[in-house]
Design a protein around this ligand. Sequence first.
Ligand SMILES: Nc1ncnc2c1ncn2[C@@H]1O[C@H](COP(=O)(O)OP(=O)(O)O)[C@@H](O)[C@H]1O
Ligand SMILES: [Mg+2]
Length: 271
Amino acid sequence: MRPVRTIAVINQKGGVGKTTTVANLGWQIAGLGQPTCVMDLDPQSHLTLHLGVEPGVNPHDSYELLVTETTASQAALQVAGNENLWLIPTRIDLAAAETELSDHEDRHLKLRRKIAGQNLPWRFLMIDCPPSLSLLTLNALGAADDVLIPLQPHFLALHGLGKLLNTILMVRQGINPTIRVAGIILCMYETGTKLAAEVVADLHEFLQASRNSDLPWAQAKVFGQVIRRNIKLAECPGHGQSIFQYDPHSAGAQDYSALTGQFLELFGTEK
Ligand SMILES: Nc1ncnc2c1ncn2[C@@H]1O[C@H](COP(=O)(O)OP(=O)(O)O)[C@@H](O)[C@H]1O
Ligand SMILES: [Mg+2]
């Protein structure tokens, strides 16, 4: 079995589509037969709720994973209705993990130690990060093979992206020398607006300028499939369901389904 491919889904800005992407992309990748685990690393527990799990009810979760000897397999629970999907849930106490870990010398590498070299039964492990560049996010970056960045194309988006990429560069130079940015996913895309088109053109230009470098984002792909703004995507978390359960014919389901195809083209489908 190949080691699990660990993918951190990061943007330090809140409300850009990280959790929605982890829930629905994860659901669909698993639905296509790729054993997948999604991890909630945001104390707000939105991913946990989105997948229909009450925070704090499961005996194990990502808080324990970081601060105790609990293993990733122990912390994961199978998601109802999808035989290939697991969730490492969280609860509000995760916020305290930052303080509890702050005295540890290897505080950035707690998560990596729970994943690297472990015989985990999944092909993909996708981590939903909090909206900050905190110790929790650094743990995700320390553990990740790849980064996916959901981006909402509005006028300060690229400014925020620069800061995030600098953090990833520091991580590459320090705790995780092989990390790379695999792709950028355009979320809450307003089709037909000039602003969205301009931001995307700027993004391509920026990435083009780095193509021949050894920067972590030199090969980053801007996924051609965008996620349009779609009210059904905003409704389904309240029902504890993925978009594929809540409204499989919606634009949101179509977009995440097509994105899954592009994701698997990039990462491959072998087990
Ligand atoms: N494509 C979309 N269209 C409409 N609403 C969306 C879309 N993507 C996400 N949302 C909603 O926007 C809010 C923020 O999205 P979320 O995925 O939670 O962002 P983040 O995890 O980056 O904070 C949530 O209420 C979510 O349901
Ligand atoms: Mg979120």
